[in-house]
Design a protein around this ligand. Structure first.
Ligand code: ADP
Length: 475
């Protein structure tokens, strides 16, 4: 691809050079020749008119001798590198600039025709009435005296001399063209450095990405569109790379979390079948198998839920409801567990009722997960405290325990799927590590925030916000 782009630019240059040459060789050449012809003719005509008005008129009025006129026009002819003639209307040559005057005066220019310049031009190009072999550029100026034409001053110059002048000018044009072409190479160099080289690097990068190497980085540092494109590509690759890593981690976690309960169930069932576990203990181990199946169900449900949340967003069914009431009912559902572990749930609620605007079922799920964690990771004989406070138009719901706490380095990771702290592994064997991911997705879908404050060995507090219902705000 890049090769053709470069070739196209080079081809453009070639076309530019060829066209430039053709234009100079045709139009410009024609124009230069025409210009030189006119210019020389004008000069010759000016001289011819001057001679006609001075020496020639004097000659016809016999005020000056033929010899002195010849001397004058000879000097002028040498100066102009041209031949000068004074000719009678009949064609008889009176004098010229290059031969001594003939006293008999019997030299005729036979084909002499003064009307040759009629038709707008003051010059003509031919063999000067058959007097010369080569082409001549000639002008005629009439010599008038007493209101009649007495003769003509003719000046004729070798046409090759005129053309030579034109060729000299034309050579300058060619030189200019070459210089212009070389200078415009600068554009090519700029194009190569600013566009072509970065483009090649970017193309190489895209080939690497297509081959699956997302670690490849483009090295274009210019601060222009190319630099911006390269930076965007690098960013895209790093995002895809992270997403791929996440995906791999996710699949490894899923496989691991599914495999361990399956292995343990298989082990128990085989042991029961081959009699390693005696029939009287079957009920006990079937209970273990049942627990494992419910863990698998929980895991599958959690994954499905997360998948629904992250693909296409979550459709919230927002209503105004009493968050205090939801907290009370969640608290009540943990009564049995709390009693067995000697844990108390303390509710510190603002107002009798506190209406918020949110998806009730989802928020109940959030509270359930948070209280479940708080109880799971609490020590026996401790208190789990659920509190609501109102600040401006927000309700802050806090779930606090004085349990094992979360190490500082784990605090930002607990929201990730399958993440469990090392501390918690001993305390909770049924956890999936999905609960907090689901909690965060739900709170985010509401456009709200959730945070954790925790000290290892002291306890944890999860606080999330909810918008106050309008009716509650008014009251
Ligand atoms: P799990 O199903 O394992 O509880 P979560 O996503 O709810 O999954 O929690 C992730 C991890 O965060 C837990 O395994 C635990 O290590 C830690 N964690 C969550 N809540 C608490 C808490 N209240 N106290 C201590 N650690 C907690």
């Amino acid at each position: 691809m890049h090769k053709t782009l470069y070739l196209k630019i080079l081809l453009g240059y070639l076309v530019f050079a060829v066209f430039g040459f053709i234009v100079v060789a045709t139009f410009i050449a024609g124009m230069t020749q025409e210009h030189c012809r006119r210019d020389t003719a004008d000069k010759l005509y000016g001289e011819a008119t001057l001679i006609a008005d001075t020496y020639a008129t004097d000659l016809y009025n016999t005020e000056i001798s033929l010899d002195s006129v010849q001397k004058q026009i000879r000097a002028l002819g040498t100066f102009m590198d041209a031949d000068i003639y004074i000719i009678n209307p009949s064609g008889r040559m009176v004098v010229n600039s290059f031969t001594e005057p003939d006293p008999a005066g019997n030299v005729y220019i036979h084909d002499f025709d003064p009307s040759v310049t009629a038709g707008g031009r003051n010059y003509f190009v031919d063999h000067f009435f058959g007097e010369y072999d080569g082409d001549r550029l000639s002008v005629l100026a009439p010599i008038s005296s007493d209101y009649r034409v007495r003769g003509y001053v003719c000046i004729t110059k070798d046409y090759d001399d005129v053309n030579e002048e034109a060729y000299r000018l034309l050579n300058i044009s060619y030189l200019e063209l070459v210089v212009l072409f070389l200078l415009s190479m600068i554009i090519l160099i700029f194009f190569t450095q600013l566009v072509y080289v970065p483009l090649r690097r970017i193309t190489r990068a895209t080939e690497q990405y297509a081959a699956g190497n997302m670690k490849y980085r483009v090295s274009v540092d210019s601060e222009d569109e190319m630099g911006y494109l390269a930076a965007s590509l690098n960013y895209m690759a790093s995002e895809i790379d992270t997403a791929e890593e996440d995906q791999k981690k996710f699949i490894a976690n899923v496989s691991h979390d599914f495999r361990s309960p399956l292995t343990s169930m298989k082990g128990f069932l085989e042991a029961m079948l081959d009699g390693t576990i005696p029939p009287e203990l079957h009920a006990k181990y079937l209970q273990v198998v049942l627990n494992e199946t419910s863990r698998l169900t929980k895991l599958t449900n959690g994954l499905l839920m997360l998948n629904n949340l992250s693909t296409g967003g979550m459709l919230l069914c927002r209503t105004d409801f009493d968050i205090n009431e939801v907290i009370r009912s969640v608290g009540a559902s943990f009564e049995q567990t709390c009693r067995s572990r000697k844990i108390a749930i303390e509710l510190v609620l603002t107002g009798q009722t506190l209406h918020v605007n949110a998806d009730r079922d989802r928020i109940e799920q959030v509270l359930y997960n948070l209280v479940d964690n708080a109880i799971k990771f609490s020590h026996a004989d401790s208190v789990v405290r659920v509190e609501t406070t109102v600040k401006r138009s927000k309700v802050f719901v806090s779930v606090r325990d004085s349990g094992i706490g979360i190490p500082k380095e784990d605090q930002k990771n607990i929201w990730e799927r399958f993440y469990k702290t090392d501390l918690s592994r001993g305390k909770d064997k049924t956890g999936t590590g999905l609960g907090l991911s689901i909690v965060r997705e739900i709170i985010r879908a509401h456009g709200e925030n959730i945070n954790v404050v925790s000290t290892e060995g002291v306890g944890s507090e999860f606080i999330f916000t909810l918008p106050l219902a309008e009716q509650q705000e008014e009251s």
